[in-house]
Design a protein around this ligand. Structure first.
Ligand code: BDR
Ligand code: CA
Length: 313
């Protein structure tokens, strides 16, 4: 049986590739997609999610999430993802309409109606997921796991202490980490090792189909940004890690921890405080992902693209 998932995302180049990977993998069934503001405004991320799903031919409903974090003003990242939020490939207009429901309504309905526990893959600020948990605490027991991209045990990418998704809505993240639900945290500890290079981009491009070409065009933009601004020797494919962990956890290394989120720090707002030793006494409900086998991760993406291209010729 595939894992039933709700994808909560802010596409976003790496979110788009996470959607592609989830759709391509038989281990996963996308029941619904909800959008978050973050990489761009909610209008843009919602349009982008609909474009990606239409391109893939995925019929999952797409519902719009909150336009801003729970208590703060929105931070967006046009320098990383461009003015559209998904600069690079020319994706056609979506063929199916946006859901009339809100993200919280669609997620609640999806979880309630599913005959199995649902996994939430969250690759953006956690505003929608926190709002869902606050509005529908009765559904917590039907959420199998939250596999998220966000945070880090060591250091940040938007401030010295904070990773972008957690910084955008730290109060939401604190609610999610402390909801008593098993969480997989694919933070910068692992995603800064999930590096895709120009050579990988060419490897995907030569597959030569519609989907591999689209992903190569996304990576052209994404890799150029990271080459110009960082010295990683590649571009971190953050969000696909949260999907790949579900598909093949054997690719990754993780450690149990309790995680709190700093919401009031002078220099540390948005930092994830990762307690590996259990000294806080909090529930050790988070699998903090700390490493991966990069070759197997890239191979997983490659075979996903080949599978999609065969079906999309
Ligand atoms: C995260 O921030 C966003 O820009 C990416 O899509 C990813 O989810 C990385 O910090
Ligand atoms: Ca994202």
């Amino acid at each position: 049986m595939p894992i039933p998932v709700i994808m909560d995302c802010d596409p976003g180049h790496d979110d788009a590739i996470a959607l592609v990977l989830a759709y391509a993998c038989p281990e996963i069934e996308i029941l619904a997609v909800t959008t978050s503001a973050g990489n761009q405004t909610i209008d843009k991320t919602t349009l982008n999610a609909r474009k990606v799903l239409s391109f893939l031919g995925c019929g999952a409903p797409v519902a719009r999430g909150a336009s801003k974090p729970l208590f703060r003003e929105l931070i967006i990242a046009p320098q990383v993802h461009g003015e559209s939020g998904l600069d690079g490939p020319a994706l056609p207009e979506p063929t199916s309409p946006e859901s009339p429901m809100s993200a919280v309504e669609l997620a609640a309905k999806t979880i309630r109606e599913c005959d199995r526990g649902v996994t939430i893959v969250a690759t953006a600020a956690l505003t929608n997921v926190a709002a869902l948990l606050l509005a529908h605490p009765e559904l917590k027991s039907k959420i199998e796991r939250i596999s998220l991209m966000g945070g880090s045990a060591v250091g940040g990418n938007w401030t010295p202490a904070a990773e972008f998704n957690i910084l955008v809505d730290p109060e939401a993240a604190q609610i999610v980490f402390n909801a008593g639900i098993p969480v997989t945290m694919c933070g910068l500890d692992v995603t800064h090792q999930a590096l895709v290079t120009r050579a990988d981009t060419e490897r995907f491009r030569v597959i030569g189909g519609r989907c591999s070409t689209m992903v190569a065009e996304l990576l052209d933009f994404f890799v150029k940004f990271h080459e110009a601004n960082f010295d990683f020797g590649g571009s971190p494919l953050h969000d696909p890690c949260a999907v790949a962990w579900l598909v093949d956890p054997g690719i990754f290394v993780s450690r149990k921890a309790h995680v709190d989120v700093e919401c009031r720090g002078r220099h540390t707002t948005g930092a994830t405080v990762v307690d590996f030793g259990g000294v806080s006494g909090g529930a050790m409900n988070v699998d903090v992902v700390t490493g991966l086998d990069l070759g197997r991760f890239i191979d997983l993406l490659d075979s996903a693209l080949r599978r999609l291209d065969r079906g999309m010729a």
